[in-house]
Design a protein around this ligand. Structure first.
Ligand code: SF4
Length: 197
């Protein structure tokens, strides 16, 4: 019998590794039918979600932890497939904002189903388990962001607008609202990076 006695910390790393593999497999399987790479599919989803200020090569490089050259290459490929287009920025004619074309929007509808597969399985877990798992992942991402291992996190708990109240809730100064701690946002477009202040 081959049983690995790993610490709980290492078992968590192994479980995260497995989940990343599953995500990659789902992305590859969906993308290969449309001749899209996993990162191209993730870019399309990103472009559909965020406002123009975040749809620039340099911002996307920070968001995805990639070089500008890698982002440009993937976007050029999406451009050649007619899924995105580059528009000159209003305020700075030397830079570009990336926009989805109609075909790009249609492609997202065709290829975004892989998220539903994972969400459906998460949906089978008990509410408490899901809450604990989400809190754990938020704290883990925050820790990596705090130590500079990832460039951008977009988590409430790392945001300059966050104010913890110590009673299981927090307030967002920008939205002027109070939320339960376990409803923290991830990927918020209004995120204000405390470290940049
Ligand atoms: S601005 Fe967004 S990320 Fe920041 S605290 Fe408010 S909801 Fe959270």
């Amino acid at each position: 019998m081959n049983y690995t006695h790993e610490s709980l910390d290492m078992k968590i790393v192994s479980a995260l590794d497995k989940l990343c593999q599953i995500q990659r497999t789902l992305l590859w399987e969906t993308g290969k039918k449309e001749n899209l790479s996993p990162i191209q599919m993730q870019f399309l989803a990103y472009l559909s979600k965020y406002p123009s200020a975040m749809r620039r090569v340099s911002v996307m490089a920070d968001e995805f932890g990639l070089t500008k050259a890698t982002v440009s290459e993937a976007l050029d490929s999406l451009d050649s497939k007619g899924l995105v287009k580059k528009i000159r920025a209003e305020e700075d004619k030397r830079s570009y904002v990336i926009e989805l074309t109609r075909s790009g929007i249609a492609m997202i509808r065709k290829t975004d189903g892989w998220r539903g597969v994972l969400a459906a399985h998460a949906g089978r877990m008990a509410a408490d388990e899901k809450r604990n798992a989400y809190n754990f992942m938020v704290r883990l991402i925050k820790s990596l962001h705090d130590d500079g291992i990832i460039r951008m996190a977009r988590l409430c708990v790392s945001c300059g607008n966050y104010s913890g109240k110590g009673d299981g809730t927090f307030s967002c100064r920008l939205l002027d609202e109070v939320f339960p701690e376990d409803e923290m946002n991830i990927g918020c477009e209004y995120f204000n990076d405390r470290r940049a202040v």
